[in-house]
Ligand binder design. Structure first.
Ligand code: GH3
Ligand code: MG
Length: 457
């Protein structure tokens, strides 16, 4: 995994040392020697991760981190504090300033690269989500968010092999979290998909394959994004490294300092929430790409792709399929007489009635302003004509209610129908249906006309 690392330290020797280690592993290295220039470099160079010294004259590492994390341009970059301090209070202070992790000096290679890999994996995921979010924002979708909101009421699963240890760990957790303890590894894996916000795995129990639990949680699609925090013995460095490589998000050493444990949990929960928010927005924007916002029906683009698939199935002889184009009659008059909002309300009600008339496999789309297309798989021309007639009737038989006190209005629709001929593409069948629609309009509206020309055998 190659990436760009910003190394910040006021001691040139320390910078050089880290730089050499990182370059030996093919990382690209950018350097800074004080707080303000670190912030500037972070903005300009957009490193993938920052190794930040804590004790620096002028602006210390805590302050630098706080500033990086409160700036939209840099807050997504993981920060690892590199510190000679190794009192629990300092760790907590570091994590509270927004740091993602910390390492103590002198920095050992094994934990350094394990932490880097783990953070870079996470960043890769977040970058991908952020990129899509930016695209969504360009299209005008945005949600405000506060990343620093405290995460109350989080649900935590604590997996440990020993009742006594489990209770000891549970007592170190803050009161505002809901904690379930599970002693059986099998059950822990099963439970992990029940919507927990974080999973704490005790790696210290003997005769209990905790790494296996981590691996299984990570490899399950439902749980691969749930943060895992592992509790380890500090003298089992290689186990920590294995754990991080398996996708565990963070490590807490025994004896557990409750302040540090809480700070690390908060960091993970905050991050998960951030990723969840991005993911939800992404789903919204994916939905937007296929749905017409006014009527909730599919849009033209989605219809086109489904129509293409249908015509391939028709070409290979696997099914018959037809299309129906429906266009509201004299719709312009609705707008002209009652206003655009009334026109919109009619379109919404129209779509509602269309939906009710369809079979589950039919696909209705808003094709243009007041023009709708229904793709009817497994429907011959005769079937589609019956469906279209039912639809025409559902519109004409009952007047539409207008918004406010504007009363009701009789609405009719004209419909053209065509069956997809073997070898025919979507555009061609739509053209034939459209010509049939034109004939329906020309011969008096409020009627269905089917195009018989290319009926499939
Ligand atoms: P015809 O029976 O020949 O189809 O007549 P028409 O008036 O329905 O057809 P025309 O194509 O002349 O006018 C369509 C009107 O639909 C014009 C346009 O202002 C209106 N329209 C298109 N999209 C929307 C929309 O989203 N909301 C509203 N309220 N009106 C729309
Ligand atoms: Mg019309």
């Amino acid at each position: 995994m190659s990436a760009r690392v910003l190394v910040v330290d006021d001691q040139e020797a320390n910078v050089r040392l880290l730089e050499a280690k990182l370059k030996a592993e093919y990382f690209e290295v950018v350097t800074a020697y004080d707080g303000p220039s670190a912030i500037e470099k972070a903005r300009e160079e957009q490193p993938d991760v920052i190794l930040l010294d804590v004790m620096m004259p002028g602006m210390d590492g805590f302050e630098v981190c706080r500033r990086l994390k409160s700036d939209k341009r840099t807050r997504h970059i993981p920060v690892i504090h590199v510190t000679a301090l190794d009192q629990p209070e300092d760790r907590v202070r570091g994590l509270d300033s927004g740091a993602d992790d910390f390492l103590t000096k002198p920095v050992d290679n094994l934990p350094l690269f394990a932490r880097l890999r783990s953070l870079l994996r996470l960043k890769e995921l977040l970058d991908e989500l952020r990129l899509r979010e930016e695209r969504a924002e360009e299209r005008g979708v945005s949600l405000s968010e506060n990343l620093n909101d405290l995460v109350d009421d989080a649900r935590i699963l604590l997996a440990s092999g020993e009742e006594r240890v489990a209770q000891h760990i549970a007592r170190k957790l803050p009161d505002n979290l809901f904690v379930d303890v599970e002693l059986s590894p099998e059950r822990a894996v099963e439970l992990s998909s029940q919507g927990y916000d974080l999973i704490l795995v005790d790696l210290t129990a003997k005769g209990y394959d905790a790494l296996r639990i981590c691996a299984r949680i990570r490899s399950n699609n439902e749980t691969r994004n749930v943060p895992i925090l592992a509790i380890v013995d500090p003298d089992e460095m290689s186990r920590s490294v294995r754990a991080l490589d398996l996708g565990v998000n963070d490590i807490v050493n025994r004896p557990i300092d409750s302040g540090e444990l809480n700070a690390r949990i908060r960091t993970q929960l905050r991050r998960k929430r951030y990723a969840d928010t991005l993911r939800e927005r992404l789903e919204d924007s994916l939905e937007m790409a296929v749905i017409d916002p006014l009527t909730g029906l599919n849009n033209r683009r989605y219809l086109s792709s489904r129509l293409q698939q249908a015509s391939e199935l028709v070409a290979s002889g696997e099914m018959a399929a037809s299309v129906v184009i429906a266009d509201l009659d004299h719709f312009k008059r609705v707008n002209d007489t009652y206003g655009h909002d009334a026109g919109d309300a009619v379109l919404v009600e129209f779509a509602e009635r269309v939906r009710k008339q369809l079979r589950a496999i039919d696909l209705a789309a808003r094709f243009g302003g007041e023009e709708f297309v229904v793709l009817m798989p497994e429907a011959s021309l005769a079937d589609a004509r019956i469906g279209a007639e039912r639809l025409r009737n559902a519109i004409a038989e009952q007047p539409f209610r207008l918004p406010g006190d504007a009363g009701v209005l009789n609405v009719t629709v004209s419909i053209g129908v065509a069956q997809i001929a073997p070898g025919e593409d979507g555009d061609s069948v739509l053209r034939r249906a459209d010509e049939a629609l034109y004939r329906a309009k020309a011969s008096g509206r409020n009627r269905v006309v089917a195009d018989e020309a290319a009926q499939a055998a």
